[in-house]
Design a protein around this ligand. Structure first.
Ligand SMILES: Cc1cc2nc3c(=O)[nH]c(=O)nc-3n(C[C@H](O)[C@H](O)[C@H](O)COP(=O)(O)OP(=O)(O)OC[C@H]3O[C@@H](n4cnc5c(N)ncnc54)[C@H](O)[C@@H]3O)c2cc1C
Length: 474
């Protein structure tokens, strides 16, 4: 459907009387007329994405100074560190979700940023119900990234990714389905072993934590439900690298590998995956290995929106028209400066300059000359910094370039390894085992966004430990 301009684009519901609407006040439905009228003298900030970056900035902006509008295809935030736990029933799905509608004073449009008109400061948005064009004063791009598949055939069709709550639900369903199938009396043990072979591709923290959580589900719960089947089940973690958890130091890597071996999780490092089939994985080293589910977690590639934005040159307005393009950072992400402003350079080459009112953060962005990991920790700190910097600059009526630069402060890295063991590394400090697990749980409980979820997480951890995980499939 062709895009329409703001004045043409009205939703079907009649606008609320303007007299009842004040800055900072929130409503569930909106017309663009109402949105424009309620802007008053505030700058409009369009925020793309409701993940760690976008959700974080939206929460930090002062709605007396700005009109924040969140544009996102999913109108909730996902607390990703808890996703692996939800995929095996250690926690319920809702504990990893926060509604974007709960951020006071922030309007939410369920749609996808499609195209940016930098010269006219307009964003083209596509939603299931049509398209619209929206003006912005400031634009914040926090659209995350897609899972890297390295072009391996069959990954998109047959493997599971773990990026969203819907993925976690599908994975939980598949695991339980495989056990129900394997319990059918007419099957041979050979067939049962194939169905109950669970493969994780990617030995980074996400893949490792999923394998650990799955091990706990098998040992703590399915062992009681299917005592004869659990011994036939197997978990294998494949990685092309020589070690799992490459970002941890060698001692913690070998601790993790040894613990996995003791827990019967096979660590198949230095393995090259050639193909994924609906019931098997094919590696260069082992050939075709039948399995019942493959969880794929091997890094990131740019989101299509980011790739298109970088690929498409744009023209500046003014007397001296110039063709510019967004600077592509290594790994194909958007390059930003130390104040998270998007960098653009003349199409024919030349010095890169920041776009004053366009920012990018989180997994979709990369700061020039600074290599930061693609983590929630980074995206969260960037979001808080950007929110504060924008608030301060609006109060002082200056550009963000006048504010202090963003600096990342590492809080350490952690990974859960199963059976209440974890590893944690901060500067030169290494912690492993049960103490590390306690720190891991405390960190994620306290970092969780709402009190509602903090309470639910504690309750579900206790209930599922006491009564066992929910193994219903629905
Ligand atoms: C299972 C899992 C566990 C993890 N565990 C940890 C951990 O323990 N610690 C840690 O530090 N990091 C962890 N990470 C990494 C962390 O989640 C990411 O680095 C973080 O989510 C990046 O935040 P983001 O806002 O850039 O992107 P995301 O959180 O991915 O959010 C992107 C948002 O953009 C939206 N979007 C996409 N396209 C568009 C578009 N065209 N227009 C508008 N919106 C769009 C998406 O719907 C989404 O809302 C984990 C990741 C996963 C998947």
């Amino acid at each position: 459907m062709a895009s329409r301009t703001i004045s043409q684009q009205l939703m079907r519901i009649p606008p609320r009387p303007l007299t009842t609407f004040r800055p900072g006040q929130q409503q569930r439905w909106m017309s663009l007329e109402v949105l424009n009228a309620s802007k008053h003298d505030r700058e409009r900030v369009l925020i793309l994405g409701s993940g760690w970056g976008g959700f974080g900035v939206a929460r930090s902006l002062d709605t007396k100074l700005y009109q924040p509008i969140l544009v996102t295809p999913r109108t909730y935030f996902v607390f990703t560190p808890l996703l692996a736990g939800t995929a095996v029933g250690t926690l319920e799905f809702r504990t990893a979700m926060e509604s974007a509608h709960n951020i006071k004073g922030v309007d939410v449009i369920r749609g996808r940023g499609e195209n940016i008109d930098f010269a006219n400061k307009q964003l083209h948005i596509e939603s299931q119900d049509g398209s619209l064009v929206m003006d912005y004063d400031k634009l914040i791009i926090a659209v995350g990234a897609y899972a890297q598949t390295f072009g391996v055939p069959g990954v998109k069709e047959h493997a599971f990714f773990l990026k969203d709550v819907a993925d976690a639900r599908r994975i939980r369903d598949r695991i339980l389905e495989r056990f129900e199938e394997a319990a059918l009396p007419m099957l041979t043990n050979e067939k049962r072993k194939e169905l109950l072979h669970f493969v994780v591709v990617g030995g980074g923290p996400t893949g490792v934590e999923f394998a650990a959580e799955l091990h706990d589900l098998l040992e703590d719960d399915l062992k009681h439900t299917y005592p004869d089947l659990v011994d036939l089940a197997k978990i294998t973690v494949y990685d092309v690298a020589p070690n799992i958890l490459a970002m941890f130091d060698k001692k913690l890597q070998s601790y993790a590998t040894q613990l996995f071996n003791r827990q019967n999780i096979e660590v198949a490092t230095s393995h090259h995956v050639l193909e994924v089939q609906h019931d098997a994985i094919v590696t260069k080293e082992d050939g075709r290995v039948p399995c019942g589910a493959i969880i794929w977690s091997t890094g990131l590639v740019p989101n299509t929106f980011v790739a298109n934005t970088i690929a498409k040159p744009f023209e500046t307005l003014g007397a001296e028209k110039k063709e510019m393009k967004i600077v592509k950072a290594p790994r194909g992400m958007i390059q930003v400066d130390s104040r998270l402003r998007v960098l653009a350079e003349p199409k024919e080459g030349g010095e890169a300059q920041p776009l004053e009112d366009v920012f990018a953060l989180g997994d979709c962005a990369s700061i020039k000359d600074l290599l930061l990991p693609a983590t929630a920790q980074v995206a969260n700190q960037q979001a808080k910094w950007l929110g504060k910097a924008l608030n301060k600059s609006a109060k002082r009526m200056v550009e963000v370039s006048e504010e202090a630069e963003f600096h990342f402060r590492s809080l350490g890295i952690m990974a859960y390894l199963g059976s209440w063991n974890a590893v944690m590394q901060k500067d030169k400090l290494d912690v492993k085992g049960k103490l590390s697990w306690l720190l891991w749980r405390t960190a994620y409980l306290t970092k969780s966004v709402s009190w509602r979820n903090r309470c639910l997480i504690s309750v579900y951890w206790f209930l599922n430990w006491f009564f066992g995980r929910d193994i219903n499939r629905f």
